[in-house]
Design a protein around this ligand. Sequence first.
Ligand SMILES: Cc1cc2nc3c(=O)[nH]c(=O)nc-3n(C[C@H](O)[C@H](O)[C@H](O)COP(=O)(O)OP(=O)(O)OC[C@H]3O[C@@H](n4cnc5c(N)ncnc54)[C@H](O)[C@@H]3O)c2cc1C
Ligand code: SF4
Ligand code: SF4
Ligand code: SF4
Length: 369
Amino acid sequence: MTESDSQKLLQNEVKTFEDLENEIIKSNKCCACGACIAYCECQGFNVIEMNGYNPGFKSEKSVDNCTKCGVCYYICPQTKALLKELKDTYYIEDNIGHIVKILAAKTTNAALEKVGQDGGVVSAILTYLFEKHKIDAAIVSEFDDNFEPVPKIIFDKENLFKSAGTRYSISSQIFPLKNLYNISQKILMKKEIFDIDQLRMAFIGTPCQCKAVSKMKFLHVKPAHVIKYIIGLFCFENFIYNQLYDILKRETKVDPTKIKKTWIKKNFFIQTKDNKEFEIDIKTLDPAVRNSCHECDEFTGRFTDISVGASGAPEGYSMILIRTDNGEKVINNMLSKGIIEQFIGPHTIEWKNKKFDWYNKLISLKNKK
Ligand SMILES: Cc1cc2nc3c(=O)[nH]c(=O)nc-3n(C[C@H](O)[C@H](O)[C@H](O)COP(=O)(O)OP(=O)(O)OC[C@H]3O[C@@H](n4cnc5c(N)ncnc54)[C@H](O)[C@@H]3O)c2cc1C
Ligand code: SF4
Ligand code: SF4
Ligand code: SF4
């Protein structure tokens, strides 16, 4: 889509943040991605903010100051706007989406293997992109002392050790981009960047967040113009931090400050810093699932360059679904340089079809929930 086409589309029937509030936020369909705020703030409109994990107008005055440009509505992953166009762009015809290649692999970096959630593939991809100077920054999710996710823009591969692994609660991954134009000169100079619009980033997020970034890129709106690689994580459901840890504390007596790692394998598992393990029936956690996840038809992250997940992968490996030429170049280079190693297995048509059947089964299970 050209820039003038996208302007025409926006002028047809402009829905605004008030429509987002009525249709998405008040009916609990917002997934807290932060796209609406990142766009609004980068344009200098500055009328909306995030309260906890819920966007809203900053004040009564902000309601009047809203320019009613409507972009926030169009880029929201939870509205139907632009979906048809976006599906055409990504050649999406079904629930799994377009796939150029599917494989199971893991990092060959022992330190990353230790901290990675599954095969450490996501962190390995980011390491490669930093080392080859393909990106200057990446948006990842770190976590605080209470194991609460902290979305963050990082500028060095060394920081990847703070984000590896999965925290199963909302991390508003697009939110940090609201500060894109406040990135310090010192950081930019170090990267030899003289115009901030030249920055090149990789984005890591859940499928809904990747959909928002793809909508922004489709419309050519800031701040997504700096995102060059979209890497999605498989996602069956996500949890509201406070509610999740209230239940986990009640069930296990483990304080979040003591948690080293969490994972889901049918049930929810916790490993503490002193290496004790706890298993919690996943159904117990249902009340903590974010409402937006109940109606979500995404699982493998269809609006991405590369999707990564555990489902279908052998123990210690990640499944990689390559979706674009951009993604294919990265994974092929990583394989040829031995940065990731492919699982030695059949990788036949039957093997692939078995994986697709499994993903379709999970998606229909998700839709039934
Ligand atoms: C909420 C959630 C639900 C998931 N559900 C499934 C599932 O049902 N089935 C499945 O196969 N896989 C699921 N995954 C993906 C899986 O947990 C791993 O992230 C994936 O297999 C990549 O592992 P890795 O070792 O390659 O990544 P690593 O190298 O360990 O990197 C993990 C990356 O995840 C990012 N991250 C961590 N927590 C979050 C978060 N809360 N939000 C956004 N980004 C985050 C970090 O920034 C890091 O870059 C889920 C991930 C999340 C965040
Ligand atoms: S100014 Fe535009 S982007 Fe900001 S809230 Fe209003 S309609 Fe949305
Ligand atoms: S753009 Fe994201 S944060 Fe904003 S209303 Fe939509 S889902 Fe919520
Ligand atoms: S289940 Fe869907 S809405 Fe919920 S976090 Fe995952 S991708 Fe987003």
